[in-house]
Ligand binder design. Structure first.
Ligand code: SAM
Length: 246
């Protein structure tokens, strides 16, 4: 069988491409791209001439079957999305699951990812954290999802598009209260990278008064007022492992 390589690509700054990512994209037989035009720019920059094929949300089912057949026939395939880690709020998971089911080896490369990059500079607790990606676009569903999350004690991370950010933050203030600490990480790795830190209300007001451009990660401090006793029950397993290791 061939191997399926999962190759992260830069989230803005082309210098974040790793040597191994370039080498892998040069050496595989086929690159499965979310958008072949977007990936072509990257391939041009690094002088990579490998054949491309599209693999995106609208052709996932048909293409998964075709790519698995290629892998079974011995081809090595790299999967990339437009930016960052494949499968993280991006196409990929169906292909990986299908490859795993067929005992095809799956090799992930480390690399750029917006959520983790934002987290380490946020100043919020880096662990535990939970990554939710995009919540619902519908106000009533968004409200329900946030209600479900408001008492979680860990740092919460979301992706949101610039034209929905203000309404997202408005709902966040309504559900989480005005005082919760929020960090926006904007345009990470790019020229206008910035962090907006403050209470939920301050960050909402900033967004409301600003013409929002670029890409944003939203990070929200965990609820430090919840009764933690029951919440951490599941962690006894981890503590036990730690204890045995030391
Ligand atoms: N696969 C990507 C990753 O590993 O981070 C995420 C792809 S998702 C379709 C795109 C979202 O990620 C954007 O709407 C934004 O929330 C976030 N994002 C991507 N690049 C970013 C950047 N340079 N700065 C801030 N947020 C970014």
């Amino acid at each position: 069988f061939g191997t399926l390589y999962l190759v992260p690509t830069p989230i803005g700054n082309l210098d974040d491409m790793t040597f191994r990512a370039v080498q892998t994209l040069k050496e595989v037989d086929l690159i499965a791209c979310e958008d072949t035009r977007v990936t072509q720019k990257l391939l041009n920059h690094f002088e990579i001439e490998t054949t491309k094929i599209s693999y995106h949300e609208h052709n996932v089912h048909a293409q998964t079957n075709a790519l698995i057949q290629d892998l079974l026939d011995g081809k090595n395939i790299a999967q990339v999305s437009d930016a960052g880690m494949p499968s993280i709020s991006d196409p990929g998971v169906e292909l990986v699951a299908a490859a795993v089911a067929q005992n095809i080896s799956v090799v992930p490369l480390p690399g750029a990812n917006a959520a983790l990059t934002a987290l380490i500079a946020s100043g919020l607790a880096p662990q535990p954290f939970t990554f939710y990606g995009f919540l619902s676009r519908k106000k009533s569903e968004l409200n329900e999802e946030l209600e479900h999350l408001k008492d979680k004690p860990e740092t919460l991370m979301f992706y949101e598009s610039p034209h929905r950010l203000t309404s997202f933050l408005k709902e966040l203030v309504a559900v989480f209260g005005e005082e919760r600490q929020v960090v926006l990480a904007r345009e990470l790795t790019k020229r206008y990278e910035e962090f907006i830190r403050g209470t939920a209300n301050e960050v909402y007001e900033w967004a409301n008064e600003t013409q929002l451009r670029g890409e944003f990660v939203v990070l929200v401090a965990g609820n430090d007022e919840v009764e933690e006793e029951n919440y951490w029950e599941d962690w006894t397993v981890l503590e036990h492992i730690d204890y045995k290791m030391t």
